[in-house]
Design a protein around this ligand. Structure first.
Ligand code: 13P
Ligand code: SF4
Length: 359
């Protein structure tokens, strides 16, 4: 693996030097008392999350939200958060939120010298690949992804040998090593467009078998698949969808394309996390069931007051490793730096930038 989460260079010293040469003072933990001033300062945030965070819990979150927002300004940091982050992160401290494609694009425009990535490791790596001169920190370096873990660069080389001449499209949910080995990246929001942009009759698409099969259903390009799965989305079945519909024929079912083709076919709409949010905001269904990670419905609730969200959903254990407490610790210690070998980053960047250019 050519990417690591670096421990601080001198854990006991008062300063931290990052791989970019930036030096930061370690800061003491602030007072996290719930005061009338904190209540007033965080009231606009609570207004957005009040239907999903009980009032009795807010005094625990609010001082953290306030401290993180103050510290990120002091550190010159920008917080990027994926749509699966919990509402207190998504609405409380994030500067930029979005799906994988939006976060990759925004990473190229990020203001500030430090990026705090609230999401999983491959997202932090992508931000680093696009910003080698900036420090990228992840609040929990163990936040992985079953898709990214399913494939190595050697697997890609084997597939290329089996299908000579076929270009390889890698889902962004892959390591920098894998991105370095492929022709172009894609996300769930642009996968069909990326595949068709290559202008060839056959492509290899890794690692998500279900995403690849969902793309194959929408294009004439032949798609060679790999056996990777998202551990969160593979658990939903077409029988689940049929049961939800039988239970409530009025509910609009919206699935992520990491679900099986059978689940996607049985649903009313399928799209990336950003496309799902957009669909709800535009169509304003009375009742919606998001066949995806649980925080999605919680986060979109604030912006879709006409829609009632019906659970069930599945939690992504990797996304849920990121918490306000860990974001605070990251900002105090400037720990959790993600580095990528520059030679690997150069090759991986070509695949990511080629995807961004497709749009
Ligand atoms: P999106 O690009 O749709 O946000 O998906 C990322 C992801 O990890 C979904 O499981
Ligand atoms: Fe990976 Fe699935 Fe979690 Fe997304 S939801 S980060 S694809 S394990």
């Amino acid at each position: 693996m050519n990417s690591v989460v670096r421990p601080p260079l001198s854990p006991s010293s008062a300063t931290v030097t990052l791989s970019t040469g930036q030096m930061f003072e370690r800061l003491p933990r602030p007072d996290l008392a719930w005061t009338p001033e904190i209540a007033a300062e965080t009231a606009p945030v609570y207004e957005k999350v009040r239907t999903v965070i009980p009032a009795i819990e807010w005094p625990v979150y609010a001082p953290l939200v306030s401290a993180i927002n103050r510290l990120k300004r002091q550190r010159g940091a920008v917080i990027l958060a994926h749509n699966y982050q919990t509402p207190e992160i998504f609405h409380g401290v994030a500067d930029i939120v979005g799906d994988s494609l939006q976060l990759a694009r925004e990473a190229t425009r990020a203001k500030g010298d430090v990026i705090i990535q609230c999401g999983v490791h491959f997202m932090a790596e992508t931000s680093k690949i696009l910003n080698m001169d900036k420090a990228v920190l992840i609040p929990d370096g163990e936040a992985g992804c079953s898709l990214a873990a399913s494939i190595t660069a050697a697997d890609v080389r084997r597939l290329k040998a089996l299908h000579p001449g076929a270009p390889v499209v890698a889902y962004v949910n892959t390591s920098a090593d894998v991105k370095a080995e492929v022709d172009i990246c894609c996300t769930s929001s642009n996968a069909v467009k990326v595949v068709e942009s290559l202008g060839v009759p056959k492509v290899i698409m890794v690692p998500d078998e279900y995403l690849a099969r969902n793309v194959a259903a929408k294009t004439r390009v032949e798609i060679v698949t790999f056996a990777g799965r998202c551990e969160v989305h593979e658990r939903f079945t077409a029988e689940d969808v049929a049961a939800w519909k039988a239970d409530d024929p009025d509910v609009t079912i919206i699935a992520h394309p990491e679900c099986s083709p059978e689940v996607v076919a049985a649903s009313d709409f399928a799209g990336s996390t950003a496309h799902m949010i957009d669909f709800v905001k535009r169509r304003k269904p009375r009742k919606a069931l998001l066949v995806t990670e649980c925080s999605m419905a919680d986060n979109v609730t604030a912006e879709a007051p006409e829609t009632t969200f019906v659970k069930p959903c599945n939690l992504c254990p990797h996304m849920k490793r990121i918490t306000l407490e860990k974001i605070l610790a990251t900002l105090l210690d400037m720990s959790g730096e993600v580095t990528v070998d520059p030679a690997v980053a150069d090759r991986a960047r070509r695949s990511v930038e080629r995807m961004i250019a497709v749009g």
